[in-house]
Design a protein around this ligand. Structure first.
Ligand code: PMP
Length: 387
């Protein structure tokens, strides 16, 4: 295990004079906090003897029913029996790696990939084989080529790890045509797919995209989370897995943590049952869309020539590529000195590449701060180019 570059950055980036485009923190202050507070008070007052007691490792059955209703928005038909509640989807990743990965096994993942997943795979000594993505997500031909090569080399591929919607960190979305292709290729190679989808309901333009899991219930393991659609503080996510995998996940969860927090689970359950949660998601989407627009407009107005960036249709992140010869990691201290923070690209690759890239988040700062942050960043890049 190694320290995450993002965690190290957070300590510096949280200083008030710095505009942080680094963290991926949801804007929880947009929630009706008084209502949530009342709900929590009620729960302990009315149902405290249950809410404050040990629960189960698979998770509260009624919450799992509600989770199935949430996934139905993406075309997923599932039984609550096959849902395992997790401590955020991060625990889902950990449990999956725990049950699937032996040291030296291969996990195939996009280049770049979510840093928290790479950290988990490394902790279980998986080897990550990266497959490139472009503006339409993971590139099927490259996936086919990589799986073919790994097969010829006799390597054991445990699964494809993918974030199909509003990718962290790349900001891109897997197109509908590619979804079918990716499933076909994984079927041909008999490889499982881990679909990590915390941002799927945070699209700005269209109805939610159909989940990979909706079209292949036997091959796809789906990870979901309430961190971005409600609040990360409850630490409630889930895994929807084929039957046999689900049973192992529950055993792994029991040994990892005995039981979930009933209080957190009841809070999310109550929120879904009694609050206008779809309206709240809509409000989040509008808030993030405005910030995305501000970031894209500011980049277009201010960044020097030679920079390129993705145009996310949802989620939290823009992926920026610097002009040839510049190094986002080496530049980071100079950006901090100029009072702007971002995450250098290198953390999102298991192979140490990614020096020309950076992740910019627009989810947390107010629009005026986003513009100021981009202005400072553009000045730093100008400076580097003139060196
Ligand atoms: N997967 C992805 C792609 C993420 O971006 C995150 C959070 N940044 C997670 C998983 C973990 O989220 P949580 O544990 O809060 O559900």
């Amino acid at each position: 295990m190694v320290a995450s570059e993002i965690r190290a950055l957070f300590a510096v980036a949280s200083r008030p004079e710095i505009v942080s485009l680094a963290g991926g923190m949801p804007s929880v202050s947009a929630l009706p906090l008084d209502v949530v507070g009342e709900m929590l008070g009620e729960l302990t007052a009315r149902r405290g003897s249950e809410a404050l007691q040990y629960g189960s490792a698979q998770g509260d059955p009624e919450l799992r029913e509600r989770i199935c209703e949430v996934m139905a928005l993406e075309g997923v038909r599932a039984s609550a029996d096959d849902v395992v509640v997790t401590v955020g989807s991060q625990q889902g990743l950990d449990l999956l790696a725990r049950i699937f990965v032996d040291p030296g096994d291969v996990v195939v993942a996009e280049a770049p990939s979510y840093v928290g997943a790479l950290g988990t795979f490394a902790a279980y000594q998986a080897e990550v084989a990266h497959v490139p993505l472009d503006d339409a997500g993971l590139i099927p031909a490259a996936l086919r080529e990589t799986l073919g090569r790994l097969r010829r080399e006799g390597r054991r591929v445990k699964f494809l790890y993918t974030v199909p919607n509003f990718h962290n960190p790349a900001g891109v979305t897997l197109s509908a045509a590619r979804r079918a292709e990716v499933l076909d290729i994984c079927a041909a190679h008999d490889v499982l797919v881990v679909e990590d989808n915390p941002y799927g309901l945070l699209g700005f333009d269209e109805a939610p995209l159909r989940a990979l899991r909706a079209d292949d219930a036997d091959r796809v393991i789906y990870l979901g989370s309430f961190s971005k659609t409600f609040a990360p503080g409850f630490r409630i996510g889930w895994v929807l897995a084929p039957h046999a995998v689900r049973a192992k996940l529950v055993l792994a969860a029991e040994s990892a943590m005995l039981s979930h927090s009933n209080l957190s689970q009841f809070a999310v359950r109550e929120y879904l049952a009694t609050q206008p949660w779809k309206q709240q998601i809509k409000a989040f989407r509008e808030l993030y869309r405005e910030r995305r627009d501000t970031m894209l407009d500011s980049l277009a107005d201010l960044m020097p020539e030679g920079c390129a960036w993705t145009r996310p249709a949802g989620g939290f992140y823009v992926w920026l590529t610097l002009p040839e010869g510049l190094d986002a990691k080496a530049m980071a201290p100079r950006a901090i000195a100029a009072r702007v923070a971002y995450v250098p690209g290198t953390g999102f690759y298991a192979d140490g590449t990614g020096h020309r890239h950076m992740r910019l988040s627009y989810c947390y700062p107010e629009p005026a701060r986003i513009r100021e942050g981009v202005r400072r960043l553009a000045a730093v890049v100008e400076q580097e180019l003139s060196l």
